[in-house]
Ligand binder design. Structure first.
Ligand SMILES: [Zn+2]
Length: 286
């Protein structure tokens, strides 16, 4: 599936337009509507594909703009989930594209056609099969503390978070030219109430990794003043989290990591998690 999605992005699928670009002048038209067969057309814009997407029980509709590319569409679909009765807990996007693709091939090479309803049913079945297979062997390294598996069991490797745990989201932006970093953090309680938040501007920052580390450090300094017992810090830098949690020495941030560990050791139980949400907590600093 990864290779298939990668091929979509790389324009490597043997679709009409891609074949023509490589000098193979076979029929370049869409087998459903006779428009030029591009990736975006086949998977999203073709009236046939649109009928398929209309019937997929998505939690929210994904709008495709005229200037969208396969990459931007992929990221728009990344977090789309299906509504509960479908029983699909993983993203449906890859399975739908895959079924549209195999259906297209069947139509061209075997003259067998499927209805949009059949494609939807097939996609949901495939996504369900995938989810079921994953549930048997939960990938523990991607399960965060406090998060449960599909069967509702806590993976044994992690302790549940204490109920008074404060969650602190951190993020940083870094400018290559000015070497300036903007750091931001927000600490909230279990009910989502904000306990502490702040932004900071740092000059002469060597890299984005240093910026992310400084954001965590600033958040921890701010949290120390709040008498927090259990703090969970989220960052989107896996290198940083690894450096803190495994004592793996990253030369670039060694001093900052040392400071983070020391300060949190003195003040609270610290747990760290990786979050890949692209937090937009940075308010522009004037
Ligand atoms: Zn078409």
């Amino acid at each position: 599936m990864k290779v298939f999605l990668w091929s979509m992005v790389q324009r490597a699928l043997p679709l009409g337009e891609n074949l023509q670009r490589r000098g193979i002048t076979s029929d370049v038209s869409c087998p459903h509507c006779k428009a030029t067969e591009t990736s975006i057309h086949t998977f999203f814009l073709c009236p046939f594909a649109q009928k398929v997407w209309e019937k997929i029980p998505l939690h929210h509709t994904v709008h495709i703009a005229a200037d969208d590319t396969i990459e931007t569409i992929l990221s728009k679909f990344r977090n789309t989930i299906c509504l509960p009765p479908s029983g699909v807990s993983s993203p449906i996007f890859p399975w739908t594209c895959w079924t549209i693709w195999t259906t297209r091939n069947k139509l061209i090479f075997e003259n067998l056609s499927s209805s949009p309803e059949e494609i939807v049913a097939k996609s949901i079945t495939l996504a369900r099969e995938w989810s079921t297979a994953q549930a048997k062997e939960p990938k523990q390294n991607t399960t965060f503390p406090g998060q449960t598996t599909r069967q509702g069991q806590e993976p044994p490797r992690y302790r549940p978070l204490p109920p008074d745990t404060i969650t602190c989201k951190t993020d940083a932006s870094w400018d290559k030219t000015t070497r300036r970093a903007e750091l931001a953090w927000i600490c909230s309680g279990s009910e989502g109430n904000t306990i502490q938040q702040g932004t900071e501007l740092q000059e002469s920052v060597a890299s984005p990794l240093v910026a992310e580390a400084l954001a965590v450090r600033s958040a921890i300094i701010a949290a120390t003043s709040k008498e927090i017992k259990n703090l969970r810090v989220l960052s989107d830098s896996s290198t940083l989290i690894r450096a803190i949690t495994t004592n793996r020495q990253e030369k670039e941030i060694f001093g900052i990591v040392f400071d983070i560990s020391n300060r949190s050791f003195l003040s609270f139980n610290l747990s760290l998690s990786i979050i890949y949400l692209g937090l937009k907590i940075c308010k522009p600093i004037a």
